[in-house]
Design a protein around this ligand. Structure first.
Ligand SMILES: Nc1ncnc2c1ncn2[C@@H]1O[C@H](COP(=O)(O)OP(=O)(O)O)[C@@H](O)[C@H]1O
Ligand SMILES: [Mg+2]
Length: 245
């Protein structure tokens, strides 16, 4: 199966953790494992209400992988997508949280990619990265199958992903999140297209509810948001099919 990572390099708040958590909730044939390397309390494991030992404890040798990968009950299935991924099955979501003890970014990065490559035998893996100003998490970018570059329609986040040099053999997919509407275009979109076909996700006021009122967030989520999240999942799994075939 595949390992995907979401990054905006040094820009925070673009929606990486939100999109990772939503992608994991889409019913699919295969389990999805989120590896949360984000700042404690901020990442996709927080959205999914998973905490406790995780990457940091693994990195220090204080826990084993099987102890820190937890299965999450997704109570209400992601809307409108029955069958879209050949599924219609209840999502099976596993989460490897960030952990509770301190660890340097470079150590977290090393253990995150190591765990991802092991877990790939059992699940499609999504690595949720923090904003990082240096090259500490580049080892993840370099070793995954798919990199989702997540930007918003503003100069700072576009620059963060278009002006940063990075090396990877992964398939790189640009994602423009929080667009005013799906028909909307801008110079920001053009800049991102250098990485290929763009996945646009609308600004959706339901998404900030995901943390405190997940059922309501999923119920109120716009249709085009749901479709964009499915596109995100498809982009990842179609690449898998291409690679395997
Ligand atoms: N498409 C969207 N529409 C509206 N709000 C969004 C959208 N995507 C993310 N958000 C909100 O933006 C904020 C930052 O999202 P988050 O996923 O934490 O970003 P990151 O992980 O990149 O730092 C959160 O309040 C989240 O609810
Ligand atoms: Mg985040």
């Amino acid at each position: 199966m595949i390992v995907a990572a979401l990054t905006s390099f040094n820009k925070g708040g673009t929606g990486k953790s939100t999109l990772a958590a939503l992608a994991a909730m889409v019913p699919a044939r295969k389990p999805v494992c989120i590896i949360d390397a984000d700042t404690p309390g901020c990442g996709s494991s927080a959205i999914l209400h998973v905490s406790g030992p995780g990457l940091a404890e693994l990195a220090w040798g204080k826990a084993e992988l099987r102890e820190v990968v937890l299965e999450v009950e997704v109570e209400e299935a992601f809307p409108t997508v029955k069958g879209v991924l050949g599924g219609g099955d209840r999502p099976r979501v596993w989460v490897l949280p960030r952990g509770e003890v301190k660890a340097p970014a470079s150590m977290l990065a090393e253990i995150a990619i190591k765990a991802a490559l092991l877990l790939r035998s059992y699940a499609n893996v999504i690595v949720d990265l923090p904003a990082y100003p240096d090259d500490s998490f580049d080892v993840v970018i370099e070793n995954v199958d798919v990199v989702l570059l997540v930007a918003n329609p503003d100069d700072a986040s576009i620059r963060a992903v278009t002006e940063r040099e990075f090396e990877t053999s992964a398939v790189v997919k640009p994602v423009l999140n929080k667009v005013p509407n799906m028909a909307w275009t801008s110079r920001h979109e053009k800049a991102l297209r250098k990485y290929g076909e763009l996945i646009k996700v609308p600004f959706d006021p339901a998404l900030p509810l995901l943390f405190h009122r997940p059922e309501e967030a999923l119920r109120r989520m716009r249709k085009d948001t749901a479709h964009a999240i499915v596109d995100l999942c498809k982009a990842m799994t179609m690449i898998q099919a291409m690679r395997v075939g």
